[in-house]
Design a binder for this molecule. Structure first.
Ligand code: F0G
Length: 481
């Protein structure tokens, strides 16, 4: 919740108590250098014991509530017909309004099933932006992802409140060009993860639905960050400022044919599901569920997580939950902007994103500035971020490097996990790094996997810059931090 101070400023204040804690460690920079070098300058390769603040992702790393943990204790482990599933189905009906539910082990499993059932070779799937696993699954099924974001979406220094909007004209042009038969569905991602957690407006979704309906194209909604998108609609779309998060979600869902999510974000649980009111879609998807995920009443999730998801879904409609990450992201971004550090604006839903093209303008995209920045952030602070740029973009079918639209180092804010003083520490170390940005150079691949190379790829620092940055840090700040 934003609390107004006597000087007129506001700060986000936690509307919860922390009663279980987990120890974290800040190892000296020499150990960090060794860890990142052994890990091929890829933050995915780091072990928790070498990480101080883990801002790799907000996925599956959020603090659960007492009620979620309590619900896990009463789960029903029946293979078929487990009561935990029916609690989840009730929550999905109450919060999202859907009657048919297919639980899956996580979001990408939902994408896999949707691709398997609905995407054929030669299909084109329009969307406001891709997510890495979404694109990989749709392309593996033979489809092509068509990103039809607005011109403003790639402007990282923007005041546009809805950079996740789908461009309506481009959508209409795409239907004309490819024809309805080639478009199995249009996909809207709330909020667009790789654009920096940028939301779309309710007005935009309504218009997308109008166009889609006129051509009988189903609307698929990736709701992994649905509560954050709803919160931004409340904050940024005048007409909805007095609506509750639940009311906004209810209107959002009225335009949706097939909903899916990664439960690891808004609902603070490791799992996912597909939901719809269309019996035909449900029946088409259902036979594949036991083959790839598990029986209909657990879908590869543990029944404990199903119980926690039923609670998490209801809790995410509480404004203090829906806003918890978004307001911390905003505070973090504003503190960095005060230091003139280039971050994506407006601040988005899941993370504060450093713009690596602006932070490290001397590194060409072929030398992976976002990857270099992520590694440098780790060296300077022990904070783990995630590269979201060209390393996260696989080569095309001919093996050619595809330069990403954006080069971002993502500092995710897991919900209700980190504190204000930890954010202040992050701001201070990022300031130091920004002042020494000339020391950071590019990276080159030494081991490059063929699919989703960012997960397991190994890289090396050009000109041995990691060791040089470490030496300067030790001289200026000391060897023990
Ligand atoms: N859709 C969106 C918008 C996502 O952000 C993610 C995951 C997925 C689908 C896939 O879900 O991980 O449960 O299989 N995002 C994670 C991240 C990985 O770190 O942002 P999943």
């Amino acid at each position: 919740m934003n609390i107004k101070l006597s000087n007129g400023k506001t700060i986000p204040v936690e509307m919860h108590k922390v009663r279980i804690v987990q120890k974290t460690y800040l190892v000296p920079i020499d150990e960090r250098l060794k860890a990142i070098e052994e890990g091929g300058y890829n933050t995915f390769s780091l072990r928790t014991k070498y990480i101080f603040l883990d801002m790799l992702t907000d996925s599956g790393t959020n603090a659960m509530s007492d009620n979620q943990l309590a619900a896990m204790m009463v789960s029903d482990d029946a293979y078929a017909g487990c009561e935990s599933f029916y609690k989840l189905a009730d929550a999905i009906k109450d919060v999202l309004g859907f009657s048919y539910v297919l639980p899956v082990h996580q979001g990408r499993a939902a994408e896999h099933l949707l691709a398997k059932v609905f995407v054929k070779a030669g299909d084109v799937i329009p969307m406001n932006y891709h997510f890495t696993t979404t694109r990989a699954h749709f392309e593996l099924a033979g489809g092509t992802v068509l990103e039809i974001f607005t011109d403003e979406a790639l402007n990282t220094q923007s005041t546009n409140p809805f950079k996740g909007n789908l461009d309506l004209q481009k959508f209409q042009d795409a239907i004309k060009k490819h024809g309805r038969e080639k478009i199995p569905f249009v996909r809207m991602e709330a909020t667009t993860n790789l654009l920096g957690g940028q939301p779309f407006s309710l007005e935009n979704l309504r218009e997308v639905k109008k166009i889609a309906s006129a051509h009988n194209i189903p609307l698929v909604f990736d709701g992994s960050l649905i509560s954050e998108n709803a919160y931004f609609i409340k904050q940024r779309e005048k007409k909805y400022e007095n609506k509750s998060i639940q009311e906004i979600i209810t209107e959002l869902m009225s335009y949706v044919d097939i909903f899916y999510l990664s439960g690891r974000k808004s609902t603070c649980v490791r799992g996912g599901f597909i939901a719809t009111n269309n019996k035909k879609y449900f029946e088409e998807l259902k036979p594949w569920l036991p083959l790839y995920e598990g029986f209909l009443t657990y879908g590869g999730m543990s029944t404990k997580e199903i119980e926690a998801m039923a609670v998490g879904l209801r809790e995410m409609t509480d404004i203090n939950v829906a806003s918890s990450a978004a307001e911390f992201v905003k505070y973090f971004a504003e503190r960095l902007i005060e230091q003139k550090i280039p971050v994506v604006t407006p601040p988005g839903g899941l993370a504060c994103h450093l713009d690596a093209k602006l932070f490290l303008p001397h590194i060409p995209q072929t030398q992976y500035p976002a990857g270099a920045l992520s590694a440098a952030v780790y060296l300077a602070s022990g904070i783990r971020s995630m590269e979201r740029g060209t390393i996260s973009t696989d080569r095309d079918r001919d093996g050619k490097e595809v330069l990403a639209d954006l080069e971002l180092a993502r500092l995710a804010i897991p919900r209700r996990v980190y504190t204000m003083s930890q954010l202040e520490y992050a701001v201070e170390r990022l300031k130091w790094l920004y002042e020494h940005r000339d020391l950071v150079k590019g990276l080159k691949f030494i081991e490059e996997p063929p699919v989703l190379r960012f997960f397991f790829g190994k890289l090396a620092a050009l000109d041995n810059w990691g060791a040089k940055l470490t030496e300067v840090f030790k001289k200026e700040i000391g060897p023990n931090y």
